[in-house]
Write a protein that binds this ligand. Structure first.
Ligand SMILES: C[S@@+](CC[C@H](N)C(=O)[O-])C[C@H]1O[C@@H](n2cnc3c(N)ncnc32)[C@H](O)[C@@H]1O
Length: 271
């Protein structure tokens, strides 16, 4: 499926051609899509950009280039319902959203129509992007491909499609959260529940979805090997607030006031 595609796009390979984890994650995300549609509209309607499960304002996080996004070609890797691309389009960027789930993209298209913003959306795997080299100024992912795709595949692809000097910004679960979350259910604890050495692909108990987590040293090595210079690692602190006001059970607000539950990586594509 390829709606609103620019002329440089090629049709994406069918399900059979996807790696096993991407096939599983397509099925999983097609199932999650109904629940995510509710959050989508709330996020599309948000007047200010705010990131992650704690909705931390952009001014405090710095995902985006300090000079703004006006006129930038942006690719959102694992855009889901594409509210991030919507925010960027509303601020003068030219975003392209790619996602591996047809049903998430259906919600994204419905939101585009409801909120009166149009930009290309592609069914695609972030590990094999249907774009030529050096097509974008900014690659961004908030809990998208950066969590659900193999970093050893999607990071080099992001480097390939970015122009020299382009920015990669992604937000994912923190290493500490990965280490302390129980395997089956419940949020982050104060106990190290699994080794840091050997982090990578993981499926959590009771959930078929395949996630990928790397420790900081491996992220840095992979980013460097792929042609990036790491500029920042921002460890996000949950803002003070109502402990009951939590959308996800991955970390309580109390925990995330003491330790980072999320981290943001900012890297620059070297020329
Ligand atoms: C949590 S959503 C991220 C979107 C949004 N920022 C959010 O937080 O709701 C995760 C998205 O990543 C997509 N995804 C998973 N694996 C992917 C892959 N290999 N390539 C592209 N998208 C992928 C899923 O289909 C899903 O829509």
């Amino acid at each position: 499926m390829c709606r609103g595609a620019p002329s440089n796009a090629v049709p994406f390979a069918p399900m059979d051609d996807l790696p096993e984890h991407a096939r599983i994650n397509r099925t999983v995300w097609d199932e999650y899509a109904t629940e995510y549609a509710t959050y989508a509209r709330r996020n599309w309607a948000r007047p200010e950009m705010a990131w992650g499960i704690w909705n931390i304002p952009e001014a405090e996080v710095g995902m985006l280039p300090p000079g703004g996004v006006q006129g930038l070609d942006v690719i959102e890797l694992g855009c889901g319902t594409a509210y991030v691309s919507g925010w960027l389009a509303a601020r003068g960027a030219r975003p392209v959203g790619i996602d591996n789930s047809p049903r998430q993209l259906e919600t994204a298209r419905a939101c585009q129509a409801e909120f009166g913003l149009a930009f290309p959306l592609h069914l695609a795997n972030a590990e094999s992007l249907p774009f030529p080299d050096a097509s974008f100024d900014l690659a961004i992912s908030e809990y998208g491909a950066c969590l659900w795709a193999d970093p050893h595949r999607w990071v080099p692809e992001a480097a390939r499609v970015l122009r020299p000097g382009g920015r990669l910004a992604f937000l994912t679960n923190s290493t500490l959260m990965y280490l302390t979350v129980p395997f089956v259910s419940g949020g982050a604890t104060q106990t190290l529940l699994r080794p840091q050495f050997g982090m990578g692909r993981i499926t959590w108990g009771g959930d078929p979805g395949v996630e990928f987590h790397l420790p900081h040293g491996e992220w840095i090595d992979l980013l460097h090997a792929s042609g990036f210079q790491v500029e920042r690692l921002v460890e996000l602190r949950a803002p003070d607030g109502d402990p009951a006001d939590e959308r996800f059970d991955t970390a309580s607000r109390g925990w995330a006031r003491q330790w980072p539950s999320e981290e943001v990586w900012i890297a620059r594509r070297l020329g």
